[in-house]
Design a binder for this molecule. Sequence first.
Ligand SMILES: [Mg+2]
Length: 200
Amino acid sequence: MPQPVILSDIGNVLVAFDFTIAAQRCAEKSPFKAEKMFHRLDGIKLPYENGDMDDETFVREAIAALEFQGSVAEFRQIWCEIFTENVAMKQTLARWAGKLPMHLLSNTNGLHKEYLLSTFSIFRHFQDGVYSYSAKCSKPGDEIFIHTIERLSLDPALTFYIDDLPANIATADRLGFHTHLYDIKNHGALESVLDRWLGV
Ligand SMILES: [Mg+2]
């Protein structure tokens, strides 16, 4: 019998994130104010997430753009320490762990992906994933969803996709996924929809 699958976004679903934490820490070692700081990365952040720039190049160019006076190791640490695990989501997923496959689909970069998966236990629930930087395309485009269907052998009609951004949900809807537009402040809504979908 074909089996239902959970496919989940990462940012503001499995972990909350706040770039202002990193900007404030960078500001201690940079001539720029925290508020304006990360606009200086606008030109390189997207190519990095789309896999057109590797970790070393991004870090080198970011340090130059921010005129950051700390070390490469310091910058890498600051860049990654912006996440907080979503405990309510971890508890929900724990109820389904081992009972159905769970996979990730995220617009992210190499440093964040490695950091997230090795830091937060919520990721133990997931068997596999597709990431923009390695797929070399990103949400909300169709291409990364089609790549995900093929790579993870998904049947969209049996796949429950969770994301916090309406544009990503719209693409997934159009391609036939079951979807839930997640609001981290209303976790209970996900619980009831998921229970209904899985026939609990
Ligand atoms: Mg997100």
